[in-house]
Ligand binder design. Structure first.
Ligand code: BG6
Length: 495
């Protein structure tokens, strides 16, 4: 990473993502000495701004959102020297000419070919135009040195995702295309593969013979903030389930790869999506629940309902919550339900994966000695706590034989002294190194859309009459409880 001079060109540089995520990530990579010796960051957007003003905005982002708190004055000064800003319209050929001039001057100065990373942190309608202009202006001709990073959402449905893939594949090589799903960069998410495939005791029980069901929950207290305009056209299914939650499901359900090569891992993950049971239109009602938050009470404050949020239609039919019961139809998982849910304005901020094991085949203890008997459960907590806990039954100390449930706990905080890199630090490093393991391949994105299209179509055809149907600050609509309760289970939450 260090030797090759590198240029980051960030489109949409005045947007939320650049400010909240990219600025802190790039700065922390610089502080931790993971940035190349020679690098430049060019921010591009329509707003008029001087280099200094743009640097100031990036600094604000670091100060507010960096995992390490406020920037160090001296280090920031050094880092900011690498940042410049160019105001232009993405349609305008002149701006691409000036990128070309910049790259040429940079390469001459450093007497070496530069690695150029084009980061499209823009609304999806700009993906095709920027990608086409980059190609037209010969800015990404060498697959070894030029990379194009596409933020989500990748498509609005199967059709549009296919169109975008076709376009990108005519302009670039697949090895140049980095489709971001930032959940894949989170430390505990990366750890799922280490945990599953570097420990021999898990594989024998990681299947339908021992696992009763799986739950994957990503719940947020946050509402739609300033993103009403985008969210109205998306909803929880497109915003979260299509990408983040299905990716988590793939990591849990995938077969063991034969090596750690990007394509091998991605092949095993896409196999899962292909094995997932497709819903018939009539199944949607049975296996899927949608919700939208009404006003409510969160962390001691009144909060508005979704239909009152900025940029949201007062009659909106967009779901801010979705829960689905999926099945993976293969030998490993036949008959094991995977319950998946995600929602905004929920009671807690949590991202967890629960592997619920089957009960013992025969309980030898009389019922009165089992206090709160639980089946064995593995809880992978991604955020806010980062941990893996295995819940077991033990004898409680005392003269009587009484059993209760305890945790065997691996907790990042207690185990490692150094803070963990943010997802975007990992992903930006991988882009520089040319490692696509944690990025979505075109066929994965399409397979995920294909799986969800029957649901999206059914919803599109039938307005929900019951919206809003859960209170802000609750655990979502009652129907979501019923979805899992009818099978005799309940959604698990960490205390
Ligand atoms: C984004 C979604 O992809 O992920 C947001 O568009 C959501 O709606 C966010 O809030 C959640 O990410 P994280 O890292 O905060 O869990």
């Amino acid at each position: 990473v260090h030797e090759q001079p590198t240029i980051f060109i960030i489109f949409g540089a005045t947007g939320d993502l650049a400010w909240r995520k990219l600025a802190p990530a790039l700065y922390n990579l610089f502080v931790d000495k993971f940035m190349p010796h020679n690098f430049a960051i060019i921010g591009n957007a329509r707003a008029k701004m001087t280099d200094e003003e743009f640097q100031g905005k990036m600094l604000e982002g670091v100060n507010q959102f960096s995992r390490n708190g406020k920037a160090d004055k001296t280090l920031w000064k050094e880092f900011a020297q690498h940042i410049s800003y160019q105001s232009s319209d993405v349609q305008d050929n002149a701006s691409y000419k000036s990128f070309a001039d910049f790259i040429e001057a940079f390469e001459t100065k450093h007497k070496s070919k530069a690695r150029v990373i084009y980061y499209l942190a823009v609304a999806p309608r700009f993906f095709p135009i920027i990608a086409s202009k980059l190609a037209e202006n010969n800015l990404a001709t060498d697959p070894k040195t030029s990379r194009v990073v596409i933020e989500k959402p990748f498509g609005h449905d199967l059709e549009s995702a296919k169109d975008l893939n076709v376009l990108l594949s005519t302009l670039f090589q697949e090895e140049q295309i980095y489709r971001i799903d930032h959940y894949l960069g989170k430390e505990p998410v990366q750890n799922i593969m280490a945990f599953r495939f570097a420990n021999s005791i898990l594989e024998p029980i990681w299947n339908r013979n021992y696992i009763e069901h799986v739950q994957i929950s990503v719940t947020e207290q946050l509402g739609v903030e300033n993103r009403g305009g985008y969210y109205e056209g998306a909803g929880a299914m497109r915003d979260m389930i299509q990408n983040h939650l299905l990716q988590l499901l793939c990591l849990v359900a995938m077969e063991t790869p034969i090596n750690f090569e990007a394509d091998e891992i991605r092949n095993r993950k896409v196999d899962v999506l292909h094995a997932m049971r497709k819903f018939e239109p009539d199944d949607v009602q049975k296996y899927v629940v949608r919700g939208q938050y009404a006003k409510g009470w969160l962390e001691g404050e009144d909060v508005e309902g979704y239909r009152k949020e900025k940029g949201v239609d007062p009659q909106s039919n967009t779901e801010t919550f979705a829960a689905v019961k999926f099945f993976v139809d293969n030998w490993r998982w036949q008959g094991v339900p995977f319950y998946v849910r995600s929602g905004k304005r929920m009671h807690q901020n949590t991202s967890t994966i629960i592997i619920q094991f089957k009960d013992v085949p025969h309980c030898v203890f009389p019922t009165q000695v089992t206090d709160n008997w639980q089946q064995n459960r593995l809880v992978i907590s991604i955020q806010p706590e980062m941990s893996i806990r295995l819940q077991l039954q033990v004898k409680r100390p005392g003269l009587d034989m009484v059993l209760n449930t305890v945790d065997m706990l691996f907790n990042y905080k207690g185990t490692y002294k150094h803070g963990e890199p943010e997802a975007y630090e990992t992903l930006l490093t991988d882009i520089m190194e040319g490692d696509q393991t944690l990025f979505m391949r075109g066929d994965q994105v399409e397979a995920a859309w294909e799986l969800l299209m029957p649901i999206l179509n059914a919803w599109g055809n039938r307005k929900s009459l019951s919206f809003p149907n859960y209170q802000a600050g609750s655990w979502g609509p009652e129907l979501a409880e019923a979805l899992i309760a009818q099978d005799g289970f309940h959604w698990f939450t960490l205390p």
